[in-house]
Design a protein around this ligand. Structure first.
Ligand code: BJW
Ligand code: ZN
Length: 287
């Protein structure tokens, strides 16, 4: 996406030296102080230091399958057993993980400044680590590993059962030679509502599926009204989330990116803070 960058905007490219660039950190801290409305947008990179693999990194594979190939409605229709095994594994990993200093810095910033400023955390992650760190005004754009949705009656429920059904007990091993279990559909998780018994699926937005309208609207409201936006640990490849930062920058918001690598969106942003966000976020958010 090409975006217009106003001439008077600072484009501070601070990759590599950024961890030591106290001038940029100090400038951005001043911007945060002056801001009335702050939006955070996070992606898989913020949870990588909690041990949760990113999508497009080396850890983006489970058995012989790319995560992206299993996160589709077509994969679930063709092989619900395989997709449930994959999500059972993801639930195990996320449940055992702990929020890291990046999640905690954001939650503490909200706790401290959330009365004086509007602060919204929009995450593409489905691992619940922002909520477990204590973030309150949270938009989970792509759903949650710990919610199910009935494919028949659409009922959405929080579900932290482990295993989620008996047939999935110990059926999640990730090794590339592990044989897929081929669990009969009748033994996979089913809806317990009276007279329904529909097959349950993870309440997650898969590729090609639309985001839930109220969820998208909350995120869009935060991103289109913020004066300062922090884009954290996302490859900025997956839409509509990938459009939020560049659109905020194009209307004049101050946008800071926190990532270990540059992304297609970096050039449209005001600041780039290179390095692991569990290090860079506490530096800019803590006093
Ligand atoms: C660190 C770090 C550290 C690492 N510190 N940083 C417009 C244009 C083009 C395409 C489309 C478009 N509109 C829609 C589309 C299609 C599609 C899409 O965007 N495809 C692209 C791949 C091109 N989008 C959709 O299908 C969306 N639906 C939609 O728009 O509906 C309307 C529609 C319907 C039908 C047709 C067309 C439109 C839905 C997208 C849902 C995405 N769902 C997933 C899977 C969830 C399943 C699950 O979790 O199991 O969500 S995809 C996957 O990518 C997951 C993530 O949330 C999402 C984003 O990934 P993220 O978070 O950026 O992770 P990575 O791995 O990519 O990047 C990690 C980053 O962290 C890297 O940059 C590292 O450098 C960095 N990092 N360690 C700081 N310590
Ligand atoms: Zn149902």
């Amino acid at each position: 996406m090409r975006v217009h960058i106003p001439k008077n905007k600072r484009v501070v490219q601070t990759y590599a030296k950024s961890l030591h660039n106290s001038v940029d950190i100090a400038k951005f801290k001043e911007d945060l102080k002056a801001a009335k409305n702050i939006a955070f947008l996070s992606g898989a990179g913020i949870s990588s230091e909690s041990g949760i693999p990113t999508f497009r990194g080396r850890g983006g594979y489970w058995r012989r399958y790319s995560a992206a190939s299993l996160a589709t409605p077509e994969a679930f229709k063709e092989n619900p057993s395989l997709v449930w095994e994959f999500y059972h594994h993801r639930r195990e990993v996320a449940a055992k993980a702990q929020p890291n200093k990046g999640h905690i810095a954001i939650a503490q910033y909200e706790a401290k400044h959330g009365k004086a400023k509007i602060i919204t955390v929009v995450t593409q992650n489905v691992d619940s680590l922002h909520a477990r760190a204590g973030t309150k005004n949270l938009v989970e754009l792509h759903g949650s590993l710990f919610k199910t949705r009935c494919t028949k009656c659409n009922d959405v429920l929080v579900n932290t059962d482990n295993p989620i059904c008996e047939a999935l007990a110990n059926k999640w091993a990730p090794g590339k030679d592990v044989v897929d279990s081929d669990i009969p559909v009748k033994s996979l998780p089913h809806c317990k509502k009276a007279n329904c018994n529909g097959l349950l699926r993870p309440h997650i937005v898969w590729f090609g599926e639309s985001l839930e309208t109220p969820v998208f609207e909350r995120a869009d409201e935060a991103m289109s009204k913020c004066d300062v936006c922090l884009i954290i640990g996302t490859s900025s490849l997956v839409y509509p989330a990938a459009g939020f930062g560049p659109l905020a920058a194009a209307r004049g918001a101050i946008v800071a990116e926190f990532n270990i690598e540059k992304t297609p969106a970096t050039r449209s942003f005001t600041y780039y803070f290179g390095g692991p966000c569990a290090v860079t976020l506490p530096r800019v958010l803590n006093d």
